[in-house]
Design a protein around this ligand. Structure first.
Ligand SMILES: [Zn+2]
Length: 443
C-alpha cells in the first residue's frame, strides 16, 4: 500500500447510477475503486458507517468579488463557506471583482488571487461585454471556463449589458474556441415596459420587487439568446432560471437543436415569494423569487432532468447594502453557498434519488464545462467528496463562514449535515490548497 492510500469504509456511496453501501479506495488524491475492500489493510481508514459519501458540489456560479471588492466577500472566506456547505469546485463570475474580468490582465490577477487564497479547486469566467470583445481570445488562452453576459444592467457599471450585436460577435469568437456563453437572461425592454404600466411605489417592499420583474422578461430574453446561439453555433448555458416560462423557452430552443442547458439555484427551490416577503432584503435577488406554484414546477423539472445544473449564485454584499427601507435601493444577491445544498437535500430526496441529486449538483456541471476529472465518485476521478449525515444544526449568524453575517437562511435547520469535505483526498482545512482548473475543449 502506498502512503497516500485512504479507504472510506461503509458509507452509502452515491455513484452516477446507484447509491449503495461500499468501500472506496483512494490513491494519490484520486478514486481508485469502489467495492468491498474488507480484506485490504495497512491503509489510512475512515469508518463512515451511517454516512453518505456524495460527490463534492461543482458550483459553477459564485461571486467572491476578489480582487477589488474583497470587503464584500473574498476568495478565502467564500471558498471556506463553499467547502463547509459541501462544495469542492467553484467557478467565479467575472463580476463583482474590481476591475471586472474583461481582459487577460484582470483574468491573471484573479487566478493569482485564487491560487493564493482558495481552499478548493476553482475555475474562472471571463466577461462578454461591449468592452471585452477584443479580449476574448486572451482570456480563452489563459483558461477561461466560459464567458458571462448580461442582457439587462448587471448592477456594476463597468460590466455593461450585451446587446444582440455584442452577443452575436462574442458568440462567434467563443464558439471558435469551443467554449460556452452563460447568460443572465432578463429582457430590459420587457422590464421597462412593465414598470411603466405598473409603477412601483418608493420606498418599495419585497412584494413590490417581485412584481417589478415579470417572468415574461426571462422568457423573452432566453428566446433572444437562443436564437443567436443557434445562428452562431455557440453553446449556451442559461444561469439562474427562476420560472416555468423561462424553462419552457429553453426547452423550445432545445427542440430546435440549440445546444442550450439551464441552471437553477437553491434559493429558487427553497424560498418562494411568501418566504421572501417574510425574510426581507436578505432574500432579494434577480430574477426575483417566484410564487409557490412556480417553485413546484422547478422541482419537477429538476427531478425529471429538464433543469441540468444547480449553482449557488452566491452573491453577498456588506450588511449596509442588504438593509434599509427601500428594496429597490438594496443590493440584489443572495449569500447562500454554505447552506443552500444542506437545506436542499431533504426536499430533493422527496422528489428524486441520490444519484439524480448528484448529477445536477456535480456531474452535469463538471461535464458541461469540460472539467473531466470532477463531479463523480468513479474510478479515475479526483477524490472530491463530502460525508453527509442526517441531522442538522440551526443556522445562525455565528455559523456562517462567509465574510458578512447576512443570509436568507438564518433561523432554518437543515435535515442533513456536511461532516467533512475532501478535496483530492484531503479534508478541506487540513492544508488543502485550491488549484486553478481549465476546461477540456474540443474544437
Ligand atoms: Zn450571479
Amino acid at each position: 500500500m502506498k502512503a497516500e492510500t485512504l479507504i472510506i469504509r461503509n458509507a452509502k456511496v452515491v455513484e452516477p447510477h446507484q447509491a449503495e453501501v461500499s468501500d472506496v479506495l483512494i490513491e494519490d488524491g484520486r478514486i481508485a475503486a469502489v467495492g468491498d475492500f474488507s480484506n485490504v489493510g495497512g491503509a489510512r481508514e475512515i469508518d463512515a458507517s451511517g454516512k453518505v459519501m456524495f460527490p463534492g458540489l461543482v458550483d459553477m456560479h459564485v461571486h467572491f468579488n476578489d480582487p477589488g471588492r474583497a470587503d464584500w466577500e473574498g476568495m478565502e472566506t467564500g471558498s471556506a463557506a463553499l467547502a463547509a456547505g459541501g462544495g469542492t469546485v467553484f467557478a467565479d463570475m467575472p463580476l463583482n471583482s474590481h476591475p471586472p474580468v474583461l481582459d487577460r490582465e484582470t483574468f491573471i490577477a484573479k487566478r493569482v488571487r485564487g491560487e493564493a487564497a482558495s481552499c478548493v479547486d476553482f475555475a474562472l469566467w471571463g466577461g462578454l461585454t461591449p468592452d471585452s470583445l477584443p479580449h476574448i481570445d486572451g482570456m480563452a488562452d489563459e483558461g477561461a471556463i466560459a464567458f458571462k453576459a448580461f442582457l439587462c444592467p448587471s448592477g456594476i457599471d463597468e460590466f455593461r449589458a450585451a446587446d444582440a450585436r455584442v452577443l452575436r460577435e462574442g458568440m462567434k469568437r467563443i464558439a471558435a474556441r469551443g467554449l460556452m456563453v452563460g447568460v443572465h437572461a432578463e429582457d430590459p425592454e420587457v422590464i421597462e415596459a412593465w414598470q411603466k404600466i405598473h409603477p412601483a411605489p418608493r420606498p418599495g417592499t419585497m412584494r413590490d420587487w417581485f412584481a417589478s420583474r415579470p417572468a415574461a422578461a426571462e422568457k423573452k430574453a432566453i428566446g433572444r439568446v437562443c436564437e443567436i446561439a443557434g445562428e452562431t453555433g455557440c453553446r449556451v448555458h442559461i444561469v439562474h432560471v427562476s420560472s416555468p416560462e423561462g424553462m419552457d423557452a429553453v426547452m423550445a430552443a432545445r427542440a430546435m437543436g440549440v445546444d442550450v442547458t439551464m441552471e437553477t439555484c437553491p434559493h429558487y427551490l427553497l424560498l418562494d415569494e411568501d418566504a421572501g416577503a417574510r425574510i426581507g432584503i436578505a432574500a432579494k435577488c434577480a430574477p426575483p423569487l417566484r410564487p409557490r406554484a412556480a417553485v413546484e414546477k422547478l422541482w419537477m423539472a429538476l427531478a425529471d432532468g429538464r433543469i441540468d445544473t444547480i449553482g449557488s449564485d452566491h452573491s453577498p454584499a456588506p450588511p449596509e447594502m442588504k438593509s434599509g427601507e427601500d428594496v429597490f435601493a438594496a443590493w440584489g444577491g443572495i449569500a447562500g453557498c454554505q447552506h443552500g445544498f444542506p437545506l436542499m437535500v431533504a426536499p430533493a430526496l422527496e422528489r428524486m434519488d441520490w444519484s439524480r441529486l448528484a448529477a445536477c449538483c456535480a456531474q452535469a456541471p463538471a461535464r458541461r464545462f469540460g472539467l473531466g476529472s470532477k463531479g463523480a465518485i468513479a474510478p479515475g476521478m479526483d477524490a472530491d467528496f463530502v460525508l453527509l449525515e442526517p441531522g442538522g444544526d440551526l443556522i445562525h449568524a455565528a455559523s456562517l463562514r462567509q465574510r458578512h453575517p447576512v443570509s436568507p437562511y438564518l433561523g432554518m435547520t437543515p435535515r442533513w449535515r456536511v461532516v467533512t469535505t475532501f478535496s483530492r483526498g484531503i479534508p478541506v482545512g487540513a492544508g488543502s490548497r485550491g488549484r486553478f482548473l481549465t476546461p477540456h475543449t474540443e474544437t
